[in-house]
Write a protein that binds this ligand. Structure first.
Ligand SMILES: [Cu+2]
Length: 439
């Protein structure tokens, strides 16, 4: 039994004892407790705090107040990003994060971003979807001089809109290296109906050769697909209390449009990258196409308990590249019925450097069937490698079914929801120095 595993069970024991007395305080702390963080620097004249969006696996960008302005510091720099347990890439991002940290403001606020370029080449910041003076638009040579390596540049504007916007470098290949992040403007007047959970997902895609770490930004085909910078099963499940209303904001800055599908629930599209959509335009759906440069906001009632997948439905976007695991072995693709090819896949399944619970059974004469193997030997259970409070209580080998641009909404009854919140709280207490990933 690994140390992590043991601690998990110890935590669970403590949990049983303290669960009920703490459930009330936890309910008060999540997600509303987040408000405190955003209200810390509020002056008497500052707009009322908002219920922030949570970007799983990505932090919020902190700010300070200077008079009436919210001041953010954003640094563009190279980032080593672990996108899967066995794959770390050399991406570019902001403040050590890829995608960059989430910026959250309230409609009407004055925003100042002190931007620093620690990249080896010039760049600039574009505020996608925001209506602001031309000199703040961040397009090199058109609205400003490029920000050269080592240089700082200050952007300042008032956000008069509400909605789900984003920021990114205005250079195509830099975007594909990961230079993108959320910019959420919360409305002056709360949206109706109000939601209990508000989550953000950034869709990205990467072309990275086996045994290589640098994305090929000129590629037209992609072998790694991520939500908030990680591929499933590393994505942190989204938690929703049974009976609550959930908002998902999904933004896409890549080369492909992604049909994002939610299992087991219908949702309505309540907003785009341009802001809130009138209720008269809402209609039921369960797959929303998030085109390049678009944001799509959907809302649903979390009516049915369970771990409901949410994923891009393009078949090749629900996979992780296994080429790295093959190491120096050339993959056999010429004839799938060839013993050598099948043998290679079987031995790969046996040699992966993490728990591989059980490949699903195959028929005795499988090798004689043209086309075999397809998904056989492909599922890579790695529950312990990706274990975190949000995965607590999932069925054994759950991670074998999670790949690529995929996560899940865990709709949990009261007690189970509170138990996981408790585990999150304990994890934070155990590792206070760690980055405050509010996921
Ligand atoms: Cu996709």
């Amino acid at each position: 039994m690994s140390g992590t595993r043991r601690r998990f069970f110890q935590d669970a024991a403590v949990l049983g004892a303290g669960l009920f007395s703490l459930s009330e305080s936890l309910r008060a702390a999540e997600p509303e407790g987040e408000q405190a963080k955003h209200a810390v620097h509020a002056t008497p004249t500052a707009p009322r705090a908002f219920q922030p969006m949570v970007t799983p696996d990505v932090s919020d960008l902190p700010h300070e107040m200077d008079g009436g302005a919210k001041v953010f510091k954003l640094v563009a720099e190279p980032v080593k990003k672990k996108i899967a347990p066995f794959k770390t890439i050399d991406a570019w991002g902001y403040n050590g994060s890829c995608p960059g940290p989430t910026i959250q403001v309230k409609q009407g606020e004055r925003v100042r971003v002190i931007f620093e370029n620690r990249l080896p080449e010039s760049t600039s910041m574009h505020w996608h979807g925001l209506e602001l003076p031309i000199e703040q638009d961040g397009v090199p040579y058109i609205s400003q001089k490029p920000v050269t390596p080592g240089e700082k540049y200050v952007y300042e504007f008032t956000v008069h809109q509400e909605g789900t916007f984003f920021y990114h470098a205005h250079s195509a290949m830099q975007e594909m290296m990961g230079l993108i992040g959320f910019f959420v403007a919360h409305p002056q007047k709360d949206y109706k109906p109000r939601v209990d959970h508000d989550y953000g997902l950034v869709l990205q895609e990467w072309a990275v050769l086996p045994n290589n770490t640098v994305p090929n930004t000129a590629a037209m085909e992609f072998n790694w697909l991520t939500f908030n910078g990680v591929s499933a099963p590393m994505t942190t499940p989204l938690l929703a209390r049974l009976g609550s209303r959930v908002r998902l904001r999904i933004l896409n800055l890549g080369m492909d449009h992604h049909p994002i599908h939610l299992h087991g629930h219908q949702f309505v599209m309540t907003g785009t990258e341009g802001g809130r959509a009138p209720e008269s335009t809402w209609y039921p759906m369960n797959t929303v196409l998030v085109g390049v440069a678009q944001a799509r906001v959907v809302e649903f009632e979390a009516k049915y308990p369970g771990a409901w997948m949410i994923h891009c439905h393009l078949p090749h976007h629900m996979m992780n590249s296994m080429m790295d695991l093959l190491r120096d072995r050339a993959i056999q693709t010429a004839d799938q019925t060839e013993e050598k090819a099948v043998g290679q896949m079987m031995s790969l399944a046996k040699s992966v450097p993490f728990e591989h619970v059980h490949p699903s059974p195959i028929a005795p004469d499988a090798s004689s069937v043209p086309g075999f193997p397809q998904d056989a030997f492909m599922e890579m259970g790695m529950d312990e490698v990706v274990e975190k409070p949000e995965t607590y209580g999932l069925a054994k080998n759950w991670s074998a079914g999670m790949m690529g641009m995929m996560t899940m909404v865990r709709v949990l009854p009261e007690k189970e929801y509170d138990a996981i919140l408790m585990k999150k709280k304990m994890a934070r207490t155990l590792a206070p120095k760690e980055q405050g990933h509010e996921s």
